[in-house]
Design a protein around this ligand. Structure first.
Ligand SMILES: *Cc1c(COP(=O)(O)O)cnc(C)c1O
Length: 483
């Protein structure tokens, strides 16, 4: 025994033990954090859904990590002032911009328990319960979308972009696209395809593939016959048609491609058929959308975001692969340090199906809300969003001079006003600014072929008639006073 070493260890231990606070300390912190969360949630009705400052969150820069500890009473106000009170507020019901999601409260509690236990959700052997839970959520979603849950595999990811990456690199692996073939390999998508797919293609080494934009119909849906013609031309030219990326709810306009007809094309030409349902996917819970989902179970891969149309807190996406062998093959890998790890014949581990090994236990933030609420309120909320969109569509259609370029297929509504004198783009930009400054609802905008449009994206679980009515009235009044 080296007495010096022991003495040193005792000193270090006494300081290091601060990392493991007493039960009393934990409870005091937890109570203050819960109070802070309550104050935030209770302020949402009154607070603006977006707050932009001249020099936002500068105070954060004055608080880098330091040797000395800071008391929670000092740290919580920093979080309130620099995070909770400014920027976009995706927790707010007035948030009708981009693709809103939600953040149902039990998601936060699920995260709390996942982090407190630090359960190892990467492999079945690490936390059989966590892995079973995540796989069950994936099978449940797959079945909802029309897949055979016993054939698929999937992964809970950080979001739709990462899910897309897994889908695309699995496609490349399954179709065995070699580096030297990439220049002649063709990917079919549309001008509406989310840029996450383009990024994923680049990351998967397919950035130099031929990218074709399939023409859209008046409702911004891919035209299967135009696709067929493109494929035929590519075959004629000696190219290799590889991948078809369709959208079940585009971000820009909420368009849903004709999934079943596109699946026919993919079958006929042996394409990998990837469907991006990041936004639209969980609308499958609303039977009124049945037609839009027809044929989805024929896709080779589907992306769906629980943090969008299932209202889970940000940080939860999902990829489903129809044939699990492809997913296992594309993500295989092992190390000597994993030799004790026993694979289970009944449950695949997330680490076998994704580039991740250690990972956040994302399942609990999704499972707990589904259990505590049951499915009924989720379904009702999605039905409510559909009807709110219909209502807004009817209202806005009555405004003379308002152009609505397509009927809403899900819950995104695009519009612009065509003034008699002023430039339409200037007018609509000013109208968007005005509504964004209203402090009550926050809309975002987009451009299609140089035309500036406002978007009403009704997805949030806290968005009800009150918020949508406010947006519609605001637009009516603005046009009356400014046109
Ligand atoms: C949001 C979205 C994505 C990207 O998903 P993230 O979760 O933001 O990474 C991809 N496709 C569509 C259609 C989306 O709406």
């Amino acid at each position: 025994m080296n007495p010096d070493l022991i003495a040193q260890l005792k000193i270090l231990e006494s300081v290091a033990k601060q990392l493991d606070p007493t039960s009393e300390q934990r409870q005091a912190w937890a109570a203050a954090v819960i109070d802070n969360g309550e104050a935030f949630l209770n302020s949402l009705d009154e607070a603006a859904p977006a707050v932009f400052l001249e020099q936002p969150a500068k105070a954060i820069l004055q608080h880098p990590p330091t040797e000395a500890a800071s008391p929670l009473e000092e740290v919580l106000p920093l979080i309130s002032q620099n995070i909770q009170q400014i920027g976009l507020k995706p927790a707010s019901g007035g948030y009708l911009a981009y693709i809103p999601g939600g953040g149902v409260y039990p998601s936060a509690l699920g995260d709390y328990l996942a982090a407190v236990g630090n359960h190892y959700a990467g492999v079945f052997y690490g936390s059989p319960g966590a892995v079973r839970m995540e796989n069950q959520l994936i099978r449940w979603t797959a079945e909802l979308l029309g897949f055979d849950p016993d054939q698929i595999a999937g992964n809970l990811t950080s979001g739709g972009s990462y899910a897309t990456l897994i889908g695309i690199h699995t496609a490349r692996s399954a179709k065995q696209i070699k580096a030297r073939e990439i220049e002649n390999t063709v990917v079919y998508m549309s001008s509406q395809t989310h840029h996450a797919a383009i990024k994923a293609l680049r990351v998967a080494g397919l950035g130099e593939a031929i990218m074709r934009e399939v023409p859209l119909d008046a409702q911004f849906r891919m035209q299967p016959l135009a696709l067929q013609q493109m494929i035929e031309e590519d075959i004629e030219a000696g190219n290799h048609p590889f991948l078809l990326i369709a959208s079940l709810g585009t971000t820009d306009v909420g368009a849903v491609d004709p999934i079943d007809e596109l699946a026919d094309m993919a079958d006929e030409y042996d394409l990998w058929f990837h469907v991006d349902g990041a936004y639209g996917g969980y609308f499958a819970l609303d039977p009124a959308h049945k037609d839009l989902f027809k044929g989805l179970g024929r896709a080779d891969s589907v992306v769906i975001d629980p943090h969008k149309s299932l209202f889970i807190a940000l940080g939860t996406g999902m990829i489903i692969i129809k044939d699990r062998q492809h997913m296992i093959e594309a993500n295989r890998g092992s190390g000597a340090y994993l030799q004790d790890y026993i694979e289970d014949p009944t449950e695949y581990s997330p680490a076998q199906l994704s580039p991740e090994l250690s990972k956040h236990f994302r399942g609990l933030r999704m499972w707990l809300p589904l259990k505590l609420f049951g499915l009924a309120p989720f379904r009702a909320a999605l039905q409510e969003k559909r009807l709110l969109t219909l209502w807004a569509y009817e209202q806005l259609s009555q405004i003379e001079g308002l152009e609505i370029p397509l009927e809403p297929q899900l819950t995104v509504l695009l519009f612009r006003y065509l003034p008699e004198q002023a430039s339409p783009n200037d007018f609509n930009q000013a109208m968007a600014k005005a509504i964004q400054r209203s402090g009550r609802v926050f809309l975002s905008t987009t451009s299609i072929e140089g035309k500036y449009y406002l978007r009403l994206a009704i997805v949030h679980f806290r968005a009800h008639l009150e918020q949508v009515q406010y947006a519609v009235s605001f637009i009516k009044a603005y046009i009356e006073t400014h046109a």
